[in-house]
Design a protein around this ligand. Structure first.
Ligand SMILES: [Zn+2]
Length: 271
């Protein structure tokens, strides 16, 4: 049994639909009579028995498995949606598969001499000309929940896809510590000064090659203004007045996100 992570031309991952086991799964045998065009796909084995590859353009629609026992079409999903379909472990493994596929497609040629790059180990590529070896470089981002007494700072970024309140976040710059980045992002986005920055946790964030690191911090001084234009709203909320959608559900990020883990931690903890 191999795990196969196949992505289509729109970066969606293909999963087996519910079949006999009545569940969506990443574990599939690759039957000989499959109509997945396996011969046309370059597959990379990045851990034993786990393969990742991209389907040729236009081949997604009619893909399926057809043999004596099974008959169905494959279903494709944006990777992020699969956080609700797969186990936490499978979702994380699929994210790693995606990162390696994406990275290999972005590093076809050597940045030093321009020759072709080829896989060297399961997680590195080497130049066929000068021999330079490279590994994936992660985009490191911080996200922070700022406390003021029993309130928390929730913000709306212009880039949020849904109309919810999240947390201040941003990418770490070169030559900057994580704590410096947390303080800078809060200052730039809200004009607030914070103190007592403390680590909470981290998670892979494969959109496309990220590492998200979460922090709690305390308000020190200032009034909220949106100086650098990245936010369109932001306020301190109490636990009993968290913003909601019209249907009454909380208008905050989904459970797969570090933002939600931080907010949930605040909701269940007395600081
Ligand atoms: Zn080279």
């Amino acid at each position: 049994m191999k795990r196969l992570y196949l992505f289509d031309e729109e970066d969606k991952i293909l999963l087996m639909p519910a079949c006999e086991k009545k569940e969506i799964s990443l574990k599939w045998q690759i039957p000989r009579s499959s109509c997945v065009p396996m011969d046309n796909i370059e597959l990379h084995e990045f851990v034993p028995d786990e393969l990742v590859g991209r389907l040729p353009d236009g081949k997604t629609k009619e893909l399926g498995i057809r043999n004596e026992e099974l008959s169905f079409n494959l279903q494709s999903f944006p990777l992020r949606e699969t956080s609700r379909l797969l186990s936490a472990e499978d979702y994380q493994r699929a994210g790693k598969a995606w990162e390696l596929l994406y990275w290999s497609e972005q590093t076809r040629y050597c940045g030093r001499c321009g020759s072709s790059m080829a896989w060297h180990t399961v997680i590195s590529r080497r130049c066929t000309g000068c021999g330079q070896e490279i590994w994936p470089q992660l985009n490191t981002a911080i996200i922070v929940l700022v406390h003021r007494g029993d309130e928390a700072l929730l913000v709306k970024a212009k880039t949020f896809r849904r109309n919810f309140f999240g947390l201040v976040a941003g990418f770490v710059e070169t030559g900057e510590s994580l704590e410096e980045c947390v303080a800078r992002e809060v200052r730039e986005e809200t004009s607030l000064v914070i103190t007592n920055i403390r680590y909470f946790g981290s998670q892979p964030w494969p959109y496309p090659l990220g590492l998200m690191i979460g922090f709690h911090a305390d308000y020190f001084s200032g009034e909220v203004t949106f100086a650098d234009g990245e936010l369109k709203d932001g306020r301190f909320f109490r636990k009993d007045n968290i913003p909601t959608y019209d249907d009454g559900t909380l208008a905050i990020p989904g459970p797969e996100s570090m933002a939600r883990r931080l907010i949930d931690d605040w909701l269940k903890t007395t600081y």
